[in-house]
Design a protein. Structure first.
Length: 166
């Protein structure tokens, strides 16, 4: 049985809060009418191509303070064709030794509405069965970058989930 705790935000008791939030497609692709999306974009759970634009679904981890765990944003990154092709080459191989590749966030993360969409990220490929991870560059001073470096406490974790509607 999951350990319960009293929430400092809502006063309720929780058995545990969700540790991830994911997006089915990049925002611009998702915004297309369904018929247009189905005819113009090629996509599955991990990859998306829309015209001459390429996207990879990744995990942007934000550490949860006081634990060895993280909150994972299941977000899409827009990448150059070369990065997309390299990811396809390594899809069934261990890509952790590859240098990080540049990309841009292709989803507006609700908890960071004014700063996330289009944010520059570094993509680190992983081994087969794991999505690539996203890291914000060292010089990024946004709240998202700060929280990725320093982690979030239980109150902020709860706030993120409330903002997302979880």
């Amino acid at each position: 049985m999951a350990e319960e705790f009293s929430c400092a935000i809502c006063g309720g008791r929780h058995a545990g809060l969700s540790k991830d939030w994911g997006y089915g497609l990049p925002d611009e692709v998702w915004a297309l009418p369904e018929e247009e999306r189905d005819s113009q974009a090629r996509f599955n759970d991990d990859l998306c191509q829309w015209g001459d634009r390429f996207f990879i679904r990744c995990i942007l981890p934000v550490p949860l303070k006081g634990t060895d765990d993280y909150f994972g944003w299941g977000a899409w990154a827009e990448v150059d064709a070369e990065v997309f092709e390299r990811y396809l080459e390594l899809y069934d191989e261990d890509g952790r030794e590859e240098p990080p590749a540049p990309g841009k966030l292709a989803n507006k993360l609700e908890a960071y509405t004014n700063t996330s969409l289009g944010t520059r990220v570094l993509i680190q490929f992983q081994d087969p069965g794991e999505r690539p991870t996203l890291t914000l560059p060292e010089g990024d001073k946004s709240r998202l970058a700060q929280e990725q470096r320093e982690g979030v406490d239980a109150a902020r974790h709860h706030e993120i989930l409330e903002i997302c509607g979880a």
